[in-house]
Design a protein around this ligand. Structure first.
Ligand code: PMM
Length: 276
């Protein structure tokens, strides 16, 4: 079989991994709040694991461009019951949040991984929470907040600037005591990026992030997929998302964050088998 690769969150990254998106929000990017109710969200999370997801990413705050922030208490009320049930069922759970209090509560509830779209920049206490729990963390690049990020998509060299800004976030994380081997990086496609900039980052994925760290990519159903495929409806972008996801793997990604777990897992397995 294959040589074992680097490990992250207990996963052997010699095999590409799939993270299923479980947005427990009434207004998420593209699932229209289907998982709004706790029970439905729990059922959906277990279904993703049956379909082959390695990680279930649970989030309660929409990061849709222009979205209003919600208080951490409301975020926790949405996600903690879901995280508790999934973790009790041995699901590897990540918590998608920018709030330190929510990170701490989610880790106590059984989440294993922190996924912060702000790269631990939004909440001054976030890095300390991750460091004290010594948990795996996804550090994503963005600028501003979901409310302001679209106006901040100005770069002279998007690849070099995203890499440099991610490097600064990594340095801050490590200064706070987070160990390098806990960190996965993410170029943050669609966050303070135009569709064209997201495409440029994906084409040059390894150069878009600091070297020697595993890479997660979230591109499922995003706007640049719509642009490249001329498909206005986010819920009809599976084919384009899968094509772009496999391309991301070929450019060095280790984990894909996706809505459509079953189809993506099948595609990834075939891609991986053919690539060996
Ligand atoms: N995208 C969204 C939310 N969280 N987390 C990471 N690490 N990377 C992403 O690209 C990312 C994320 C927004 O997409 P959604 O609302 O469809 O989940």
């Amino acid at each position: 079989m294959t040589n074992p690769g680097p490990r992250w969150a207990g996963l052997d990254l010699a095999t590409p991994r799939v993270m299923g998106i479980l947005n427990v929000t009434p207004d998420s990017f593209s699932d229209g709040g289907r998982h709004g109710a706790t029970d439905a969200a729990i059922t959906a999370g277990f279904k993703m694991v049956e379909e082959g997801a390695d990680i279930v990413d649970v989030g309660g705050e929409s990061t849709r461009p222009g979205a209003d922030p919600i208080p951490p208490e409301a975020e926790q009320a949405r996600i903690l019951p879901v995280i508790r049930e999934l973790a009790a069922g041995s699901v590897l759970v990540s918590v998608d949040t920018r709030h330190a209090a929510t990170m701490a509560a989610a880790l106590d509830a059984g989440a294993a991984i922190v996924n912060d779209v702000s790269g631990l920049a939004h909440d001054p206490d976030a890095a300390a929470v991750v460091a004290s729990h010594d948990c795996p963390v996804v550090i994503m690049h963005m600028r501003g907040t979901p409310a302001t990020m679209n106006a901040l998509a100005e770069y002279r060299d998007v690849v070099a600037e995203v890499r440099a800004e991610l490097r600064a976030r990594l340095n801050a994380a490590m200064a706070a005591g987070i160990r390098a081997e806990r960190i996965m990086v993410d170029p943050g496609l669609g966050f303070a990026k135009t569709a064209e900039q997201s495409v440029a980052l994906l084409r040059d994925l390894r150069a878009a992030v600091p070297p020697a760290l595993p890479i997660l990519v979230g591109l499922s159903r995003k706007r640049f997929i719509g642009m490249l495929s001329a498909e206005a409806r986010a819920d009809r972008r599976l084919g384009g998302s899968l094509a772009a996801g496999l391309f991301a793997l070929s450019r060095g990604a280790s984990v894909l964050r996706v809505h459509d777990v079953r189809e993506t897992v099948q595609g990834v397995r075939v891609w991986h088998a053919l690539s060996m």
